[in-house]
Design a binder for this molecule. Sequence first.
Ligand code: ARG
Length: 690
Amino acid sequence: MRFQPLFDWISKRFVFESSEYLLAFVCFVLVMHLQNLLQQRFRDSLSSLTDRADVYAEMIRPTADPKHGDYQCNCAMPLSKEIGKNPRDVAAEIIASLAIEDICETPEIAGPGFINLKLKDEFICRQIERFLGDERCGVEAVDQGKSIVIDFSSPNVAKPMHVGHIRSTVIGDALARCLRFLGYQVETDNHLGDWGTQFGIIIYGYKHFGDPQVVDANPVQELAKLYRIVNQLIEYRKAKRSIEALEHSVAEAEGGLAQAEHASDEAEESKQKAARKAVASAERRLQSAAEALRSSVEKVEAVESDSLWADRAAMHPDIDQAVLEETAKLHRGDAENLGLWEKFLPHCKDEINRVYDRLDVEFDHTLGESFYHDRLGGVVDKLRDAGLAKDSDGAVCVFLENFDAPMIVQKQDGAYLYATTDLATLQYRLEQFEPSEILYVVDTRQSEHFDKLFAVADQFGLENVKLVHVNFGTVLGEDGKPMKTRSGSLIGLESLLDGAVDRAKQVVCDPERLASFDPPMDQAEQEMIAEVVGIGAIKFSDLSHHRTSDYRFNLEKMVALEGNTSAYVQYSFARTQKILENAQKAEGDVSEMVADSGIAFSHPAERHLALMLMKFEESLVALHKDYAPNQLVDYLLETARAYSKFNENCHVLRAETPQIQATRLALVCLSGRVLQLGLRLLGIGVVPRM
Ligand code: ARG
């Protein structure tokens, strides 16, 4: 076999030198991953024409239309400009020295100089045979010795998890699974917010509204209740204070609109368009000012119109200050508050762990902010010693080039900040895990924080690690605004999961659908399927959008059997299992059949599916490059569609010859494995039938 000499070379080298092993390994990966393999061959050919062979070889892409083959290289056109020749001639020269006959049919030149590549059926078939006997479905494992730390989920505990926590949890978990599968040593760390104001809130709530017996009897719910009471009173205070200013800005926006309208009436023909734009933007400004005022007025009215709440508000006029004071006392080590914190924290963790269990998410480490508390003073000292931090108006700040505001690491009152903790965390992770990369899977709205953190880290002598803010956009409701319940609070994560599972039950366990199942599906199986499909739907739809875009949460679309959904992929998997069951073949039997007869294509749908199965690794490498799980989602959808085409066109049980049957069973087997593994790498399960 073609790669055998390489295997031998690698295993010989490995004994001697680990760095050589690494090099060999890199070559090995290049050889195995199809697009890279083609690029490698092009690079060799191009090197006689240009010294930028790398750049031109990169221009190999899968074709959009199978009429033009499987891959296309567009490098002849730009290269012809560089060397002053006709592009079609350049294409011919590239092809003349291209050693590719073991992989592709003779390349064709099309149009102005496109080079079209069609893989040899023979080559694809050999790969499929190889993948069939490989539990990694052809994906090579890298081994680079260093670890990748992934900081994800990281909710502020002591308040219920809400829809905003989905993204970090689901994206981070998918990245961890994929990178681990690719062979990296991954350390996942849930950087819990377990030391912030929210504890001041529940401590205050407990002292003033709590009944110790009731809390002891039902801590998770009672603490959440206390959090909500205190938080609502704080919000009330804030809203009440803001109303005057908000009224003022509404009045101003009204004035602005009147002015813009007047200007538009007066504007001459050529300025009409600009004037109308100005009116539209003044309208938007008024709308958002009015919206802000309305929301504050609602918060105030909700409290003042209810005698219980009005009394509470009257009794706690300085609640926001008082809550800050409780937090400060905790940080100073006050025995009572520290005792309460120690009492409450395990319950707060129980609450989030329930959600993690349900989402099937685990962490290697859960080092919350509190873990770093004792190190914060040291961080500030170190920054001072390095001449980075300076006193400024009583606070300690790091001034950074290219930023308007400095990074504050200690406030006037001595309190440390989020950024200080992140610097301590960074230092700890570097010592502890010696990572090559640290990924922070955190909302885009924290970009500035991370920009500054990374800038300080650079100056701090921590530059030998790649720090990445794997940022993501917002989950929006149907109205295109950040998702909230009617009362205005963020939707709880658990009720969202319940909603998806209910919906999945309606869709997948519809009695009419189930009527044909034999043996019939009992209640327990239905519930299991609804859970796998419902939770999978939430994860899959979240991961299907590029992480940086916002998306609208739409349960109906997420949980559908057709469309770009996990249920569609899960259903495709179930179909593979059904076929294997009907054929009464286990994987071992299929491998034997293939060993006897070999694989050969008799229908284009087989070839297309086989080609998709070969691209699994490409999708994972692309995912790592941009930390973008949607690469794998897209791949799985495309593969499921290719499988469906194959299913419609290629009978397995009634196949005409043993070789055709072996080929089809091999494709069914491998499709099932790739779909199942791909979903698993996204943190999504499958069911044997649905
Ligand atoms: N707890 C923070 C929040 O909810 C997110 C923490 C992200 N990780 C970090 N190292 N800053 O906003």
